[in-house]
Design a protein around this ligand. Structure first.
Ligand code: ADP
Ligand code: MG
Length: 289
C-alpha cells in the first residue's frame, strides 16, 4: 500500500530541482534571496501587492536565477509561459528584465543601448506595459521608452551607441523626458533618450528598424531580454513575420527570449522550438569559425 516506487529516481529529482528552482515564497524574497536592486524591490513593494500570483511564484525564480542553485546548462533558460489573463504576467517579465539592466549598469560595462525589448500586439497593451514599467524603473537609472510613430532606432553616435530618435521632435518627446536634448544645427532627429528598454508593437519596431537602411542585420545587438507578450497573437500569421524579424535582430549570444500567453497552441510551441534551434545553430556556426 505504501512505499510506492517514486516516479523519479533520486538522481532524476536532483536534476529536475536544478532545472526548476523552488517557487518564490513572498515578494520579500526578491531582495533577501534573489538580491534584486533595492530600489526595484521598493518599487515592487510600493505596488501594494501582498502575495505573488502563481505565475509570479513560478517564473520569477527561474528568470532571476537563484544563485544557490547551479543551473545545469545556461544561467538562464528561454521560457514559454502559459497563464490565464489577469494572472500578473506583466510583473513576472518586467522585474527580471529591469533587474538585469541594473546589474548591467553596475558591471561597468561600456555597452550602452537597448538591452531589453518587450513586444505586445497592440498599442494599448504596449502602453499598459510601459506604464507598469515606468513605475518599476523609478530611481533605478533604467530608462524605458514606448515606441511611437516617427521614432527610429539608430546606431550612429560616436561611440556606436544605439539610440532612439524621435523625428517628430518636441511634439512627442514630452516634458517628462529628462534626457531630452535640443536638436543641434542641421540635425533633424532628436535623440529622445539612451533607452535601455523598448516597449513596442511589432510593426512600430520593424518600421523603425527598417527605416535605417545603412545598418546590417543585428540591429539590436545588445539586447539580452526579448519578451513576447501575448505570444500566441504575435506568432499568428498576421504578425509572425514581423515578430520573427525582431527576434532575429536580437543577436547577442546571451540573449534570452520569453514568450507569455494565456493560450498556447502547438504551432506556437513548434515555432518557438524551431526559432530557438535556428539561433543556437547560428551561434554554433559562429563559434566554429
Ligand atoms: P496578465 O498579463 O497575466 O493578463 P497583468 O499583468 O495585466 O495580467 O495583471 C493583471 C492585474 O493584476 C494588474 O492590475 C496587476 O497590477 C495586478 N497584479 C499583478 N500582480 C499582482 C499580485 N501579486 N497581487 C495582486 N494583483 C496583482
Ligand atoms: Mg498581459
Amino acid at each position: 500500500k505504501k512505499e510506492e516506487a517514486p516516479i523519479l529516481s533520486k538522481k532524476e529529482m536532483k536534476r529536475v530541482r536544478r532545472m526548476y528552482p523552488q517557487p518564490l515564497v513572498s515578494f520579500k524574497e526578491l531582495r533577501s534571496k534573489y538580491k534584486i536592486s533595492s530600489r526595484l524591490a521598493e518599487n515592487v513593494a510600493e505596488q501594494g501587492f501582498t502575495v505573488p500570483t502563481e505565475v509570479q511564484l513560478g517564473t520569477l525564480p527561474i528568470l532571476l536565477g537563484d544563485s544557490s542553485i547551479p543551473m545545469e546548462n545556461e544561467a538562464e533558460p528561454d521560457l514559454l509561459v502559459v497563464a490565464p489573463t489577469g494572472s500578473g504576467k506583466t510583473l513576472s517579465f518586467l522585474i527580471p528584465a529591469i533587474n538585469k539592466i541594473v546589474r548591467h549598469h553596475h558591471s561597468k560595462s561600456d555597452e550602452h543601448g537597448i538591452l531589453a525589448v518587450v513586444v505586445a500586439p497592440t498599442k494599448e497593451l504596449a502602453s499598459q506595459i510601459f506604464n507598469e514599467g515606468r513605475k518599476l524603473v523609478a530611481g533605478t537609472g533604467v530608462k524605458i521608452t514606448l515606441m511611437k510613430k516617427g521614432m527610429r532606432v539608430v546606431d550612429q553616435d560616436e561611440e556606436g551607441d544605439v539610440n532612439v530618435l524621435d523625428e517628430e521632435s518636441e511634439a512627442s518627446s514630452g516634458s517628462d523626458e529628462e534626457e531630452y536634448s535640443k536638436p543641434k544645427k542641421g540635425q533633424t532627429n532628436v535623440p529622445v533618450t539612451k533607452s535601455d528598454i523598448l516597449v513596442t508593437t511589432p510593426l512600430q519596431l520593424v518600421n523603425s528598424l527598417s527605416a535605417n537602411q545603412t545598418m546590417p542585420m543585428g540591429r539590436l545587438p545588445l539586447v539580452r531580454s526579448l519578451v513576447l507578450d501575448e505570444a500566441d497573437v504575435l506568432l499568428d500569421p498576421l504578425f509572425r513575420d514581423q515578430t520573427l524579424n525582431i527576434w532575429r535582430s536580437c543577436v547577442h549570444p546571451d540573449m534570452r527570449v520569453s514568450l507569455w500567453s494565456a493560450t498556447m497552441g502547438s504551432n506556437v510551441e513548434d515555432l518557438t522550438r524551431s526559432t530557438i534551434k535556428e539561433r543556437l545553430e547560428d551561434l554554433g556556426q559562429k563559434s566554429d569559425k
